[in-house]
Design a protein around this ligand. Structure first.
Ligand SMILES: C[S@@+](CC[C@H](N)C(=O)[O-])C[C@H]1O[C@@H](n2cnc3c(N)ncnc32)[C@H](O)[C@@H]1O
Length: 265
């Protein structure tokens, strides 16, 4: 618990800042979380509320550090894997698979579990591919670049895949696994804000944007979905999280029958 007293207008300013910067809508149930995160940043920067707010207004770096503490980065390997499995299978059935280079964009990749999960499945089939993995948070991107994970994060990975593409940690890395370079070399990690950055291309064969829109308002999600539509080539796949929905949104995707949360352009 924190003992700092926030004025309602200070909380509103903080909520608005989070919403404007990353699209995350902190409803009243999240106010305690917001307060405790601000208190932590204030302690670290040794500022009071007013000083911290004016610091945030004028310092983009601090905004990013702050957003880092607000975002939910939970992820694990092979999470909601049905849509990835389906995409990989379709790539494998592609008539030009011997010569085609498949391009995937993981648009909220968190600590890398999702792009690495896709990569090991594509690699196992010998397909040529590259993955652009992006996130707003630089701290998660650092973790992703290292590619070292606690054993429990990979417990859904089939054993043969685990043996082939992960190295067991020893000594200080006991209980951890490291993704092999032959997988990592297919992935480029980059910072990208779904709300404010321009799409990095328009020829992706699949875009995964999973378990992030759940934190956005309906209006923000609709804008993001339509922006990502333009990042895909014709017949490209668009995957969202199982708890997310495109219902009541204006969009041009077609649902893939039998695979929850998967769409095609
Ligand atoms: C819960 S994780 C989802 C990770 C992964 N896609 C999965 O399904 O396991 C949500 C991620 O979205 C990122 N995020 C939040 N707002 C964002 C934004 N505006 N632009 C890009 N990434 C954002 C967070 O930093 C976090 O890493």
């Amino acid at each position: 618990m924190n003992s700092i007293l926030f004025k309602p207008r200070e909380l509103t300013e903080l909520k608005d800042l989070v919403y404007k910067t990353c699209g995350i809508n902190l409803h009243d149930g999240k106010l305690e979380l917001l307060k405790s995160k601000v208190a932590k940043r204030m302690r670290l920067t040794q500022m009071d509320v007013q000083q911290y707010l004016s610091h945030l207004r004028s310092n983009e770096r601090e905004v990013i550090e702050f957003i880092d503490t607000i975002t939910t980065n939970h992820s694990f390997f092979y999470r909601e894997n049905k849509s990835i499995e389906y995409i990989v299978r379709q790539f494998d059935h592609h008539p030009k698979k011997e010569t085609k280079h498949f391009k995937i964009w993981c648009a909220a990749c968190s600590t890398g579990d999702e792009p690495y999960s896709a990569a090991v499945q594509l690699k196992a089939l010998g397909l040529s591919f590259s993955i652009l993995a992006t996130d707003i948070s630089h701290s998660v991107l650092q973790v992703a670049q290292r590619g070292i994970y606690k054993n429990d994060k990979v417990k859904n990975v089939p054993l043969p895949v685990l043996h082939r593409f992960f190295q067991k940690g020893t000594e200080k890395y006991k209980g951890h696994l490291k993704i092999k370079n032959e997988i990592r070399q297919h992935i480029t990690f980059k910072k990208f804000n779904l709300i404010s950055d321009r799409i990095p291309g328009s020829d992706f064969d699949a875009v995964l944007c999973r378990n992030v829109m759940i934190y956005f308002t309906h209006q923000t999600s609709e804008a993001v979905v339509n922006k990502l539509y333009h990042a895909l080539s014709t017949n490209g796949f668009f995957a969202i999280g199982n708890a997310e929905s495109l219902m009541n949104m204006k969009h041009r995707f077609k649902a893939v029958a039998g695979i929850p949360s998967l769409y095609v352009k």
